[in-house]
Design a protein around this ligand. Structure first.
Ligand code: FAD
Length: 183
């Protein structure tokens, strides 16, 4: 999480993403979890502990106290956004480029990404669908030990970099097992 600077508080054009919310608010937790999974830095303002924060949120929302109210550095404000809206705002790729792939891999953890890497190396067109952050469980740990092929360090970025093989595409989404994942 980024360091909060006074200049960013109550600012309609902060230098980093500002999340105005409260600890009891499930939509605030969901939005912050989404940012965390995508490794996106944000500043959290708990309006329950900040009367000026409450007033700021009410000013933005025509007198209503709606949270999360999220302000982006470009000045855009999203109020109670869905994960799909957040994904769009962050520019995540959520739709497939093609209507046909040789192989679709569900899950962008180490198993899914390495499968996609080797399938693409064999010349197959591969689509990876990941509902959260790339890297799976390995992506949420600071340091990996005893992982085959990696002596140390953050696996997420190394394996993601390796999987940018021509022929492999990674898209964010939740595969439910029904219908076309390319819809
Ligand atoms: C804190 C922590 C530390 C660890 N440290 C080490 C270590 O030091 N050394 C080591 O060898 N191992 C370590 N591990 C274990 C290692 O991370 C796992 O063995 C490895 O991540 C398993 O990879 P996987 O691809 O099989 O599954 P996962 O990593 O679980 O990946 C599965 C992916 O599929 C996605 N997914 C699931 N369902 C859907 C769906 N329906 N639609 C779309 N996407 C879906 C999930 O979001 C996830 O990203 C650690 C794990 C944790 C949690």
């Amino acid at each position: 999480m980024a360091r909060k600077t006074n200049g960013d508080l109550y600012n309609l054009k902060p230098s980093s993403i500002m999340v105005y919310g409260a600890v009891w608010c499930p939509d605030c937790k969901r939005a912050k979890q989404f940012f965390g999974e995508q490794c996106v830095q944000y500043n959290n303002v708990d309006i329950d502990e900040d009367p000026k924060g409450i007033a700021f949120v009410e000013t933005i929302n025509d007198g209503k106290r709606i949270i999360p109210t999220i302000i982006f550095p470009d000045g855009e404000i999203l109020v109670e956004p869905s994960n799909a809206q957040l994904a769009q705002k962050l520019g995540l790729k959520t739709s497939a480029q093609r209507s046909y792939y040789d192989t679709i891999v569900i899950g962008g953890g180490p198993a899914g990404l390495t499968s996609a890497l080797y399938l693409a190396r064999e010349g197959l067109d591969v689509l990876v669908i990941e509902r959260a952050g790339l890297g799976g469980q390995a992506g949420i740990t600071q340091t990996l030990d005893n992982f085959p092929g990696f002596d140390e360090g953050n696996l997420r970025w190394r394996i993601c970099r390796a999987s940018w093989t021509p022929g492999a595409q990674v898209r964010r989404g939740n595969f439910t097992g029904a219908g076309s994942p390319c819809d």
